[in-house]
Every structure is written in C-alpha cells, then in structure tokens.
Design a protein around this ligand. Sequence first.
Ligand code: HEC
Ligand code: HEC
Length: 365
Amino acid sequence: MKRFLIYLFFIVSFMFILSCEDEKTSGDLSHISYNPQEYVLNYPDHFPRMNIPADNPMTKKGVELGRFLFFDPILSIDSTISCSSCHDPSLSFTDGRSSSIGVNGRRGGRNSMSLINIGFIKNGFFWDGRVNSLEEQALKPVEDTLEMNNTWPNVVRKLKIHSKYPQLFREAFGIENKEDITKELVVKAIAQFERILISKDSKYDRIEQGLEKYNDLELFGQKMFFDVDPDIPDAECSHCHNVPLSSSDDYFNNGVQTALNLTDFADKGRGVVTASEFDNGKFKATTLRNIFFTAPYMHNGSMSTFDEVMAHYSSGGLDSKNKDPLINDIAKKNLGEFELSALKAFIKTFEDPSFNTKPEYQNPF
Ligand code: HEC
Ligand code: HEC
C-alpha cells in the first residue's frame, strides 16, 4: 500500500510538471518569424509632417494587426460592436447617426467623428480634446459603458486564447509568448492603422500640386473662404477650418448651443478639459474634408444637412457669452444664394471619394 502511494505520488508529480511545461511551450511564439518592415506613409508636400511616437514606429505588420483589431467586435463585451460600427469607411469613418449607438442599443451623447487625416492632429482628440495621443484615445471606447462596455483584462484574455491573434502580435511586435499581449500593444496597433487614413487625392490637393485649376464658381468660393479679395465677401471659414487639413486643430464656440451663463451649456465641451469657464461650450473645429459624407453635423449631430450648417452660419447661430465674434461677422455679410453656392462648390473640392473605398481601409474579415 505504502509503495503504491509512493508510486502514485511520483506519477502525479510527473504529470503536474508535464502540464506546466506544456502551458509554457504552448504559449511560446518564438518559432514564428519576426521581421519588421517599415510602413512608409505617402503624402504630398503641402501637408504638415506627421508626428509618429518614437515608441510606436509604423510597420506593415503593425498596421495589418491594427486593421484586424479596428474591425473586430471582439473588443466589445458581447462581441457586437467594433470601432468600425461607429467609424464606417464608406462614410469617411463616421456612422451617419446624430449620436452613436453602442452595445445593447445604448445611445452616446455625441456625434461620431470622421478619422480623415487623424494622424496629423496634434492638439487633442475627441470633440473636447481630452486625450493627447491616438494610442491613449483607443483605450477609451473599450471601457466606455455607452460604447463597448468591456474591460481591458477581458479583451486581453480573449486575444491570448484566440486562434489567430497571438501570431499577429508576434509578427507585429516580436513578442516571445502569447502571455506578452497587453492593452498597450493593442492600442499601438490600432493607432498605426489610424495613421494610414490619409485623404490626399481631392481636387483641392491636385490644385495645390499644380495639376488642376478651380472653375469660376469654385474660385469665387475659395476667395470667400480665405478672405483674399476685398471685392468679394469674406466668409471667415478659414480662421477656424484651416488648410491644408481644413481644421485649425483648435477649439471654438461657433454658436451650436445657447446658454444664458457660461456654466449653463448642456455640453460644456472643452471647458471640462481646461477647467476654464471661458472654454465652456467650445468644441473642435473639425475637418471639412469629405464633409458631404459625414452628416449629421456638429458635436451633438444637431444639423442634418450641409445646407442647414450654412443656414446656421448665415443666421449667426445661437447666443451665449463666449460665442466667437466671427460667427456674427459671417451673419452680417448677408451671403446670398450665389455666394453660398460658390462656398459650397469650393468646399466640394475637398471631396475625395477614393478615401472611402481604399482597399487597405476596408474590413479584413
Ligand atoms: C459606439 C460608437 C463608437 C465606437 C464603438 C467607437 N467610437 Fe470613436 N468616437 C465615437 C464618438 C461619438 C466620438 C466623439 C466622442 C467625444 O467627443 O466624446 C469618437 C471619437 C473618436 C476619435 C477622435 C477623433 C478626433 O478627431 O478627435 C478617434 C480617434 C476614435 N473615435 C477612434 C475610435 C477607435 C480606435 C475605436 C475602437 C477602439 C472607436 N473609436 C470606437 C464613437 C465611437
Ligand atoms: C469661430 C470659428 C469657426 C468659424 C469662423 C467657422 N467654423 Fe465651422 N465649425 C467650428 C466649430 C468649433 C465646429 C464644431 C462645433 C460643434 O460641434 O459644436 C464647426 C463645425 C462645422 C461643420 C460641421 C463639421 C462636422 O464634422 O460636423 C461644418 C460643415 C462647418 N463648420 C463649416 C464651416 C463653414 C463653411 C464656415 C464658413 C462659412 C465655418 N464653418 C466657419 C468653428 C468655426
């Protein structure tokens, strides 16, 4: 009996050691080759230079992994919502809703933002600029209860036991073992994918490169937009929607909300980030590139057509103590039908439908 127990002890111990060994080797990825190749971004000289964080260089495999993660509902608690649910390539990475819908049909408070030329943004992400890098931004939707409502430990656990992701993380970041998958690597890959979302093939861009010319209507609109001709009414747009990205990357109150006092805005926007009352009611002046694909408009999705936006600016918008004086200046111009159509024609030169259909931006599943 005693001898039997000793045998049994040895057998059980041996099996235990084997199983531990098994666990370690099954997570091992070192047999998969890691051969990082730089992903070279191409954009014209009239663009600013993109800042790529030193600790997240662009690689082909990094971008590929980021694309899988961007389109994969695995990031959400019930595997129903991916980043692309609210950032759909066919709508220039917006969702066509006034405010976004997350898991279980939950409505968020703000309008989804287009990700056009997002890698060039230097002054904060979200309507209020509350995060400072794309990597940091990508951490947020996963744990937002109105979006993916998940936890990072849960996401990372699912990725580690997935049949495909451990290999993709090995190829992208050279990790030795699937236990080395972290949320930091997930968001690095997503940010790499986002940095390739560059719209640079609009008529505006071809004109900047000397390859094409404006027609008369567009040229009239261009002069209004940039205030370059004293004989043509200034529409003031370029003070806040700058070239070449058509966003000044800054925050303003353009009269979308009314408030009696600075503390009364329904959505305080930038003020919550800077803790300055004067910034309440200010939001990011977003890009006007592909604007005809990204309705409805404004942080609260309150305007459903471009013409409604123009009617907003022509009327001076809603009042509050820190509404930018430029908005009333636009209203004072009493822009007529011809002027509004010229402005629209110029803004249409920012249009780049090829951005929405680029094969490398589409769902890889
Ligand atoms: C449920 C819809 C929803 C999902 C899912 C979602 N987003 Fe968003 N996204 C939004 C909304 C709405 C905003 C603006 C929110 C705000 O300003 O508070 C936004 C803003 C952003 C911005 C800031 C853009 C800018 O110009 O500052 C980026 C970048 C972004 N999302 C990327 C992602 C990524 C990456 C994922 C997946 C990890 C994701 N989003 C998932 C709805 C969504
Ligand atoms: C004082 C700065 C300022 C001026 C001047 C200005 N805008 Fe804006 N614009 C903004 C801000 C800020 C937003 C976002 C506001 C919000 O969401 O609450 C915006 C939003 C927009 C949007 C909607 C963008 C989106 O993604 O939903 C369009 C279109 C637009 N502006 C066009 C114009 C045009 C055309 C002009 C000139 C007639 C102009 N803007 C003048 C600051 C300005």
